[in-house]
Design a protein around this ligand. Structure first.
Ligand SMILES: C[S@@+](CC[C@H](N)C(=O)[O-])C[C@H]1O[C@@H](n2cnc3c(N)ncnc32)[C@H](O)[C@@H]1O
Length: 171
């Protein structure tokens, strides 16, 4: 039996960030410097000073980064890249929109550098490639903060859900 597309949305690459999340990202960090996995050069969904379309994993990630990666079995490579760029001091701050998948290696890589995680109290309705609401997500979303200004993150996303202070992160 064929599986309906909505049930596969956790594997989708084309699920764009809704505006209320982008507003909170900008309220937290200020203007976004880099979207390393943009949807389009002509009409990028994320208002970043720099975008990458196909080579996001091979260029330096400098400044304030917003990352909503292509989901899928190899998603960890995006978090390994962020780990590397943050550890090298090129990325100064980052917010990641991904999901709650605590059993995965990808989760462990991402939470090794995140100091705060928000678990939204409602499913996030991603935007589809044609501007409409995309398929309903089948996963529980999570928002990760990598940086030293945790209070700003907490305030910007305060309405969204439940906060987890990652143990051992004293920012
Ligand atoms: C989940 S969407 C996010 C789009 C946009 N950044 C946003 O938050 O609304 C991920 C995007 O990454 C693009 N993508 C896939 N592989 C990529 C790569 N290696 N480098 C840059 N972008 C890539 C896909 O085409 C897709 O549009």
């Amino acid at each position: 039996m064929a599986v309906p597309p909505a049930l596969l949305s956790h594997e989708s690459t084309e699920h764009y960030t809704p505006q209320y999340i982008l507003d909170a990202v900008i309220a937290c960090m200020g203007a976004i410097v880099l979207d390393p996995c943009s949807n389009s050069r002509e009409i990028p969904n994320v208002p970043a000073a720099r975008i990458a379309l196909e080579n996001g994993l091979v260029q330096p990630w400098e400044g304030r980064v917003f990352l909503n990666p292509p989901f899928g079995h190899d998603v960890e490579r995006w978090f390994s890249k962020l780990y590397l760029e943050w550890s090298a001091g090129r990325t100064t701050e980052a917010i990641v929109l991904w999901k709650s998948a605590t059993e995965t290696a990808a989760w462990k890589t991402l939470t090794a550098i995140s100091c705060r995680v928000y678990f939204p109290s409602a499913r996030i309705r991603f935007v589809g490639p044609f501007g409409d609401d995309g398929p309903g997500p089948t996963f529980s979303p999570a928002l990760f903060y990598v940086g030293t200004q945790a209070k700003r993150f907490e305030e910007a996303f305060a309405q969204i859900g439940a906060l987890w202070v990652v143990p051992g992160k004293f920012y």
